[in-house]
Design a protein around this ligand. Structure first.
Ligand code: SF4
Ligand code: SF4
Length: 449
């Protein structure tokens, strides 16, 4: 079954006024659709005065939030109001790139009481929650903290639409971009393969490809075209296998460490451009690089914990093409193991005086990444999917894998419950995205139509 974005909005508009509650979000299996997959029910069991809708989509070539706002502004704004009601917020803000003037005008004309639009600079990573909260409010979330620590909840555009739709999460919006015939935004059943999504974009335009899931900056390289789409897959970027981004994402850590140890000249560019460092957080990637060559002790390790893995240091800042981001990621478990956390006064955290002038414009980032040759569009398609089979993963959210409540041979319909969170643990419900007969495996429920 496939329903177009327009139809989804229409269905939602005609579906009455669902009562917002965190328990209901839990029933529906709603998780952060922007990539983090944090269970929405947990996020919305709080009281704050401001909800920020994160429409700052800043992964190069991805457009699904912009397309959703264009085609589904009504359920989006309704979801934002419902979110505000759940947390008792008086105010809602839509944080969106200032370049989308047409969408800003439309949202401003439709915005209900208490909701306003805040245009954001077209920079990377404006969509990082910490950066977004600072851009919108001027407040700094403390290191290791959450938006609620500064009286804010942040929710992605698609998450808010899922709240308004008031039905189990069975489908996902994503952009397929890069070296494909028709870059496009699709609504796909959860559990189809990324290969099927690429085919729906007209297929690859080159023979030998590499695929990045989630974008190019915070991407995971796909191991194969059979990787299933989850509730958090926001984008699929196809590139020639020889493209430098594919090469860099696939570089083994042993090589990253060896080259980093010998070639890092401690110029500090990685730190001076680091968005979290500029926010005033105790993260200095050049110090993590020092740790490759020396036993630097506690400080360098602490510096890695507050890296948000935006990849700006590696993909943009470092003049030597080294990989400080992955050096930080590699050091995090050790820092956690040693309990090396920030112990300072959060009130002492102040943004760098040059922060505003060191923001990285998207057009410069796209040029630096060698993506200028690709068509930077992603219009919403009405493509209808009728997969013969889907693989619905038991872990497609933050926390632990869900536990199946179906058995091999059971017949399910779209929206039926497949799995529930482990008792007392962080997790999310998982539902059927197509009708058919199920097979339960170690990590998934496979449905055959
Ligand atoms: S920017 Fe590159 S060379 Fe300079 S300190 Fe950072 S990792 Fe080393
Ligand atoms: S990936 Fe690099 S630039 Fe981004 S937060 Fe981590 S250290 Fe800073």
């Amino acid at each position: 079954m496939t329903v177009s974005a327009k139809a989804s909005a229409g269905e939602a508009a005609g579906g009455g006024a669902p009562r917002p509650s965190a328990d209901r979000l839990e029933e529906l299996g709603i998780v952060g659709a922007g990539g983090g997959g944090f269970p929405a029910a947990v996020k919305f069991r709080t009281r704050v005065s401001l909800v920020i809708a994160n429409a700052a989509e800043c992964e190069p070539l991805l457009h699904k939030d912009k397309e959703l706002l264009h085609h589904s502004s009504e359920p989006f704004l309704r979801g934002l109001r419902m979110a505000m009601e759940m947390v008792g917020a008086r105010e809602g803000v839509v944080g969106i790139k200032e370049k989308y003037q047409d969408i800003i005008a439309e949202l401003e004309s439709l915005a209900p009481a208490g909701v306003r639009v805040v245009p954001l600079p077209d920079v990377y990573p404006a969509g990082d929650e910490f950066i977004l909260v600072h851009l919108v409010t001027g407040r700094v979330i403390p290191p290791g903290g959450l938006p609620k620590d500064v009286d804010v909840v942040v929710a992605n555009v698609e998450t808010l639409i899922n709240i308004a739709l008031d039905r189990p999460v069975t489908h996902k919006y994503l952009t397929v971009a890069g070296a494909v015939e028709n870059p496009v935004t699709l609504r796909v059943p959860v559990g189809i393969t990324i290969g099927e999504a690429i085919e729906a974009a007209g297929g690859a335009t080159v023979d030998d490809i590499g695929v990045l899931i989630g974008g190019v900056m915070m991407a995971k390289p796909a191991e194969s075209l059979d990787v299933p789409v989850t509730k958090t897959t926001g984008g699929i970027v196809v590139l020639p296998a020889s493209h430098s981004l594919i090469q860099r994402h696939n570089a083994p850590m042993i090589q990253v460490n060896r080259i980093g140890r010998s070639a890092c000249d401690q110029c500090r560019f990685c730190t001076e451009f680091c968005p979290r460092f500029l926010l005033g957080h105790p993260i200095q990637p050049h110090r993590a690089m020092q740790s490759l060559g020396f036993a630097t002790g506690a400080d360098a390790m602490v510096a890695t914990l507050y890296c948000c893995e935006c990849n700006l240091c590696t993909m943009y800042a470092c003049p030597e093409d080294l990989d400080p981001k992955n050096v930080c990621v590699q050091a995090k478990p050790l820092a956690r193991e040693r309990g090396l956390v920030f112990k300072g006064d959060p009130a002492s955290i102040t943004p760098h005086p040059m922060a505003e002038f060191r923001r990285v414009p998207m057009r410069r980032l796209i040029a630096k990444l060698g993506l200028g040759q690709f068509n930077n569009v992603g219009p919403l398609s009405q493509h209808a999917f009728s997969p013969r089979t889907v693989k619905v993963l038991l872990k497609q959210h933050a926390g632990l894998p869900a536990v199946p409540v179906v058995q091999c041979g059971d017949r399910v319909r779209v929206g039926d419950l497949l799995a529930v969170p482990q008792q007392g643990k962080l997790g999310a419900r998982v539902h059927a995205s197509i009708a058919g007969v199920v097979k339960v495996t170690a990590d998934a429920v496979v449905i055959e139509a």
